[in-house]
Design a protein around this ligand. Structure first.
Ligand code: AQP
Length: 345
C-alpha cells in the first residue's frame, strides 16, 4: 500500500433541521479530531439533490451547515471546509466508481431501501448511486478515517470494497505508475462513544432524523432554551425509575437514548450517568438533561445565528476551502486517469 498520511474526511448534507444526532454522531467528533488529524469537512450538496431541494433553501442550508461547523468549533483555516459541488473531482471520481462498484453491492444498501420505500421506480438514479458518490468523496482525498454515525457503517464498508476492487483491478497499472500495491487506502470508519445512533424523542425505535414530520422528535441545533426544555420534558419515557447499571437499560430504548445523550453531552459514559442518576425518577433526570443541553447547545445555536447574518464571510470560508480541496482532488484525478488508461491529450 502506498504511504498515505492519516487524513480525516466527513460530510453533512445541507437538507435542513440539523439536529442533536448530527451533532453527537458526527460534528462533535469532527471537532475532536482536529487536534490529532488533518481534517477535510464537506457540505455535501451533490448528495442533498438526490432528493429534490428548493434551490433557495439549498443555498441557505449549505451556509447553515457551514455556520454549524464553525459554531461547533471547526477551524476552517487549520483544516478544510467547503461545499462538494465546487470541486468537480467528486463527480468525476464517482463516475469511475460507478464502473467499479457492482449492482449487487448497491442493491444491498439498507439506506436506499429505507429512503426509496415502496416507491423504488420513482426515486432518482442519484439516490441509488449515492454510496458510490460517498466513496468518491472519501477516496478523492485518500482519507484514512471517516467519523460518522452508526447509520453510515454500511456505506463505509462499500467504500472499502470499491477501494479494494479498484486496487485489484488496476494493480499492474498502479504499480507501473509507482504507487506500490494499492492506490486507495482501506478507509476506517470512526464510530464510537455513547451516542452513535441518537433516536427520536418520540419513538425509541426510530433514528432522530431531519425529515421526521414531528419537530418534537428532534432537538435542532438552532432550538432556543424554551424549545429544548419543552422537547426534553415531552420526550417519551417509561414508568420505571432509571436503573443503576447499563444492563437495566435493555428493552428500554427511550431511557437508553436519553442516558446516551446525557453521557455524550457531558463527555462521560452511560455507566457514569447511571451511577449519578440510577434509582431516581425521570423528572429529575430530565431537568438535569435540559440544563446540560441548554448549556452545550445554546451557545452553538446563538453563534450559528450570528454567523448566518454575514453570508459573504461564510462564502469566503467555502471559497478558500474549495480552492485547497481542489488542489488535493486534482492530483488524485490525474493519478486515477493515468491508472485507468485515459490519454492526457
Ligand atoms: N440520529 C443520528 N444519530 C447519530 N448520528 C447521526 N447522523 C445522522 N443522524 C444521526 C450522522 O450525521 C452525519 C450527517 O448526516 P447527513 O445529514 O449526511 O445524512 P442523514 O444521515 O440522512 O441525516 P438524517 O438526519 O437522518 O436525514 P434524513 O432525515 O434525510 O434521513 C452522518 O455522519 C450521520 O451518520
Amino acid at each position: 500500500m502506498a504511504a498515505v498520511a492519516e487524513r480525516v474526511f466527513s460530510g453533512v448534507q445541507p437538507t435542513g433541521n440539523l439536529h442533536l444526532g448530527n451533532y453527537l454522531g458526527a460534528i462533535k467528533r469532527f471537532v475532536e479530531l482536529q487536534n490529532s488529524h488533518e481534517c477535510i469537512y464537506c457540505v455535501v450538496d451533490l448528495h442533498a439533490i438526490t432528493v429534490w431541494q428548493d434551490p433557495e433553501e439549498l443555498k441557505r442550508h449549505t451556509r447553515e451547515v457551514t455556520a454549524a461547523f464553525i459554531a461547533c468549533g471547526i477551524d476552517p483555516k487549520a483544516h478544510i471546509v467547503f461545499n462538494q459541488s465546487q470541486v468537480s473531482g467528486h463527480a468525476e471520481l464517482a463516475w469511475i466508481f460507478n464502473c467499479v462498484a457492482r449492482m449487487g453491492w448497491l442493491n444491498r444498501m439498507t439506506q436506499f431501501k429505507e429512503k426509496a420505500g415502496k416507491d423504488r421506480e420513482n426515486v432518482s438514479v442519484g439516490l441509488f448511486a449515492y454510496p458510490t458518490l460517498m466513496a468518491a468523496d472519501i477516496l478523492l482525498y485518500r482519507a484514512t478515517h471517516v467519523p460518522v454515525g452508526e447509520d453510515q457503517k454500511q456505506h463505509l464498508e462499500l467504500t472499502r470494497d470499491i477501494a479494494q476492487k479498484f486496487n485489484t483491478d488496476f494493480a499492474p497499472s498502479i504499480a507501473a505508475y509507482g504507487h506500490g500495491e494499492g492506490y486507495f487506502p482501506l478507509t476506517e470508519p470512526l464510530i464510537a462513544g455513547p451516542a452513535t445512533r441518537v433516536m427520536s424523542l418520540r419513538d425509541g425505535a426510530k433514528k432522530m432524523s431531519k425529515s421526521d414530520a414531528s419537530d418534537f422528535s428532534r432537538i435542532n441545533l438552532t432550538d432556543d432554551a424554551d424549545a429544548i426544555a419543552g422537547k426534553v420534558r415531552k420526550a417519551k419515557t417509561d414508568p420505571e425509575p432509571l436503573p443503576s447499571e447499563e444492563e437495566g437499560l435493555k428493552g428500554r430504548p427511550e431511557a437508553e437514548n436519553l442516558v446516551g445523550i446525557y453521557a455524550a453531552l457531558s463527555d462521560s459514559s452511560k455507566a457514569q450517568v447511571l451511577k449519578d442518576f440510577g434509582g431516581g425518577q425521570f423528572s429529575a433526570f430530565k431537568a438535569a438533561l435540559v440544563d446540560l443541553a441548554v448549556a452545550k447547545l445554546g451557545p452553538i445555536g446563538a453563534d450559528m445565528q450570528r454567523l448566518m447574518n454575514d453570508v459573504s464571510a461564510i462564502d469566503a470560508i467555502l471559497a478558500d476551502g474549495a480552492a485547497r480541496a481542489r488542489a488535493l482532488a486534482d492530483q488524485t484525478i490525474r493519478d486515477v486517469k493515468d491508472i485507468v488508461g485515459m490519454v492526457r491529450a
